[in-house]
Design a protein around this ligand. Structure first.
Ligand code: TYD
Length: 208
């Protein structure tokens, strides 16, 4: 099996951090070479763009924001993701293009067709092999965001924004069930963990 590109996505407050640790542990337990990275970010240029994008003081229009996400992504692909995959190292990215469709498309209202055009231009036909979508009801997401002391520029958005974000994620997953695994993360940690391990076992053809 060639090296796999796996992305983890979902609305803010869906529990990415906790579950990333589960995924890391799974790769360690199976002795598979893997690189963990994140978006926006993953490179010096990308991290600088992340600072701009997440800073509540930034005043960027919706199209500028979308273009900056893709600018960071192109650098990330060139410098990190594609070279690792070529060396046979699996890559797990904390967010990827699904987040642009969900946040800039669903949340901000950038036409999804425009995002598709940018996706094709920036990525060619490169897509994740597997996207794990962590899903929680909006009320849970909002509670978890509220518990954060300092909110970034996206976390400051309201419930309507996150309702639209979640809807786009779920629509995309429903439209391509082979590529997405939707994991209900509004459950006990160990139940979510078992689900995640099952998803990874299945994807890599490993019997538990
Ligand atoms: P997040 O991944 O939630 O990081 P942390 O867990 O450290 O808070 O923060 C990234 C934010 O960027 C998140 O609110 C979603 C947003 N985002 C977009 O709006 N579009 C994108 O394309 C990406 C990759 C992220």
């Amino acid at each position: 099996m060639r090296a796999q590109f796996i992305t983890l996505d979902g609305i803010d407050g869906a529990g990415k951090s906790t579950n990333l640790a589960v995924i890391k542990h799974w790769f360690e337990a199976h002795h598979l070479p893997v690189l963990f990275t994140r978006e926006p970010g993953g490179t010096p240029v990308g991290e600088a763009l992340r600072d701009i994008l997440l800073n509540p003081a930034t005043k960027a229009g919706l199209h500028t924001e979308t273009l900056l996400m893709f600018a960071a992504r192109r650098q990330h692909l060139d410098d990190v993701i594609l070279p690792a995959l070529e060396k046979g190292i699996h890559v797990v990215s904390d967010r990827f293009t699904d987040a642009t469709f969900a946040y800039q498309g669903g949340g901000r209202g950038v036409p999804l067709e425009a995002i598709s055009i940018l996706e094709n231009w920036v990525q060619g036909d490169f897509r994740p092999d597997l996207t794990i979508l962590l899903d929680v009801p909006l009320s849970v997401s909002m509670q978890r965001i509220d518990a954060n002391r300092e909110k970034d520029r996206f976390e400051q958005e309201n419930a309507d924004f996150f309702t639209r974000v979640r809807e786009v994620y779920l629509n995309r997953a429903a439209a391509a069930p082979d590529r997405y695994a939707v994991v209900d993360s509004n459950r006990e940690r160990n139940e979510v963990q078992t689900d995640l391990e099952m998803v990874l076992n299945k994807h890599f053809g490993i019997s538990a």
